[in-house]
Write a protein that binds this ligand. Sequence first.
Ligand code: SAM
Length: 339
Amino acid sequence: MRMLELNRCYCADAVAGLKQLEAESVNCCVTSPPYYGLRDYGVAGQIGLEPSPEGYISRMVEIFREVWRVLRDDGTLWLNMGDSYANDGKWGGKTGGKQAYLDDNNRKRVGREKSITGLPPKSLIGIPWMLAFALRADGWILRQDIIWAKPNPMPESVRDRCTKAHEYIFLLSKSPHYYFDAEAIREPAGDWHDSLFQDGKNLAIHPNVGKQARSGNAARKYGDERGRPSSHLGASVPWEGNTRNKRDVWTISTKPFKEAHFATFPPELIKPCILAGCSEGGTVCDPFMGSGTTLVTANELDRNCIGFDLNPDYCDMANRRRDRAMAQQSLFRKEIKDS
Ligand SMILES: C[S@@+](CC[C@H](N)C(=O)[O-])C[C@H]1O[C@@H](n2cnc3c(N)ncnc32)[C@H](O)[C@@H]1O
């Protein structure tokens, strides 16, 4: 009874969109909702600009209740979230409160209220953990906090604290026993691991693999020329060298998608979530699709994907990006077949 075609992003509010999906039809949800108080996405009904953190958290809990409904009982939620600082009285810019402007189509007035955290200025709000605990109280099993460590964080001019260089990915499940393909995301063991596994850059060549250049499907099957195991690239063929269970600190550089003016997932960040959380041919969901990184990455890994975004321009961007990526992939597959 699924009413929407898979492998598209639909323009809808997250809750309204999810309501159109059949219960228990999704293997895993991989998503990055708007962070609290960070950005105005220029569309009425957006989440993230609620006056209080509590208001934001309760909207998020409501959205993830709908994610719970569409997730299979053995499904998982991989939720990326960063923190914000209390800045009471500063939100709203020069207007000192409601900052209103016309959206792209000159239709609706959108804006933000002054934030009321009740915290002293400069205080870290702790939004990721507020959200994690609220979801746990709502029935989710809070299974893990994965640290996304960024070698290239946003520069900050602060002199009274360290530069923030991490975010969280919370792994949550509906049941104590859930689908988790640990084999697909095992990582190479040994001292060379760290240099090898940072972003696919400056990678060492592991002695156990051939040095013949490999990319695309060949790499997916045999591991690539830099020694990264095939699982890193999306295949389920085990790596030949020593491996270990994947660790919970993932060092991955941010990688902007040039058409988007907001933070997008680096594909390398969500590959392990998709590989571990969804079998081939299964379905991944992202209710905050943005530029469509989850859609493109899931499809590249032979998983289906469906998602939503409130901003029609972002939906178009996501669908165009997906169509381009699929056209490139089928061309590449044809070349491999013909050669
Ligand atoms: C952090 S961005 C997601 C970026 C995405 N992970 C990527 O790689 O491009 C958050 C997105 O949520 C969308 N959004 C905000 N409020 C929403 C709502 N109520 N329902 C659906 N989408 C919403 C914004 O338009 C924005 O594109």
